[in-house]
Design a protein around this ligand. Sequence first.
Ligand SMILES: Nc1ncnc2c1ncn2[C@@H]1O[C@H](COP(=O)(O)OP(=O)(O)O)[C@@H](O)[C@H]1O
Ligand SMILES: [Mg+2]
Length: 578
Amino acid sequence: MNPRIQILPDHVANQIAAGEVVERPASVVKELVENALDAGASRIDVSLRNGGKTEIRVADDGCGMSREDALLALDRHATSKIRHAEDLQRISSFGFRGEALPSIAGVSRFVLETAAEGGSGTRIRVVGGRMKGADEIARRRGTTVTVSGLFGNVPARAAFLRSAAAETRAASDGLTVLALCNLPVGFGLRSNDRELLALAPAGLRERVADVWGEAEADSMLDVDWSDGESRLAGLIQRPDAARTGRRRSTFVNGRPFRDRGLGRLVDEAYRTTIAPELRPDFLLYLSVPQEAVDVNVHPSKTEVRFRDRPRVERALMEAVRVRLGRISSAPELGREPSQGAAPGPREPAVREGTGPGQFALFVTEAEAGAETDEEAAGGGTVPLTAPVRPELNQLHNTYILAATRRGLLIIDQHSAHERVLFEELMGRFRESGGHAQRLLFPLTLRLSPAEYSAVEELAPLLNRVGFEVEPFGDRTVIVRSSPNPHAHFDAERCFSEMIHELAEGSPLVDAAGNQHERIAKSLACKGAIKAGQPLSHDEMADLFDRLFATELPGHDVHGRPTVVRLTLEELGRRFGRA
Ligand SMILES: Nc1ncnc2c1ncn2[C@@H]1O[C@H](COP(=O)(O)OP(=O)(O)O)[C@@H](O)[C@H]1O
Ligand SMILES: [Mg+2]
């Protein structure tokens, strides 16, 4: 053996490069559609045969190419999109690496038909990377690329392709993402002559409806957040509609990118507004200065790198959080019902009502009230300057009805109080101020072994939320003081239930991120005012004001709504006034 170094012939080099750019039919579709978008197309039609394994065709009405350019386009690193290394810093096109066409042509039978002006155009045929001819043809302006027998000359790669259905789905998903960031462009997708997508130019909501249906579009909330330099806009799902989170995309400066970390962050921002096993859909469009993001970190351009990632993460977190804090994120009556959303039954109601309480609901004094305007209420986004509280009425000792300018809020008193307590308790862990009330007669409780060791472990934290508790040996604890969240509070029952939950676990506390949150969730749930409890007007008013002073007033800590909205529009529809 005498190995000699050789420069690889182009067609071999292109096959190697294809390994990075062309993985499967979906990647071919993505590269060709990106080229069409870069060419300024207003209409792009994709058709697949056998999941693209037999044939992929992408036709556009973009600027097209002259014969000279068409021939050049098939060379490696041939691109019209950048000239200098510095251009890499401010890329606004989808392509820039000049690799896609030669890579694709290297592993298929490839036909490029293109014309820069209507009339005369060029057809170039390439087989397995070798040019087979360039003919003059008649065609209208634009470009059509046909790719047949993908990986026909690379059997090892062909073997990795999935079923036609799976490849079609992947191509369709990829095209959908591009359609979601190119709203003024029309798209078509056909598979074996069956139409899968037909998208006219549209606004974002409309496009979502065209792709996934009206119900999906209806379940989405608009987000638009900015800090002057960066902007985050798009759609996030109403918590009550969240399911599997399969429809998630992130875009930066109009370009899709994948980032699981940011997805997890969105989940984090939804924490406590949805049940832990649910995932919201979202489409988030980030605009940042060009130099704040590097798009050239991956051959298939699916990932990006942010110069200041913590800043992006903060923006994302805040944009989502602020939006979920607005009461319009609560479910609306008459809209798509949230099938099976409620995770588990609610707390049992107390029926042994003791008559209207004589004390304020809360020991601490009430803060400024909330505005009645639904959108202005809560979230801390709008200064609560003019506290105008609507008239409040209790229904079945369980719900509070509040008339607003846009309709009616129906508040679940237990859920609402749970949210209030949860945020108060989390605040108490941050600040460490005891709001305990010494009990006249200390409680002596005998616990199970698991409960007893939970108390031993958690005593300092329990103290912080107002339970001064002392393990006494022999599975017995003494509770000397307790919090006093409302006038109807039963300290012994709340303590026992909470310790049981903390010792044994439950879906609620097991979803908590840390020990503080575990305790706050459990105590909020066990300590909140119950359904079936009659409330005085002052108690309702207090609860209302405190609810709308929380960060997420529309959602309790189980991931259920605290509020259901009935809008005037819905009433109008029902009564035939619309
Ligand atoms: N559909 C198209 N319409 C017009 N020009 C195209 C089209 N597809 C490719 N081109 C031209 O061919 C060049 C090479 O394409 P490609 O290999 O995908 O590299 P890149 O997109 O990174 O520049 C492009 O820069 C562009 O000038
Ligand atoms: Mg390209």
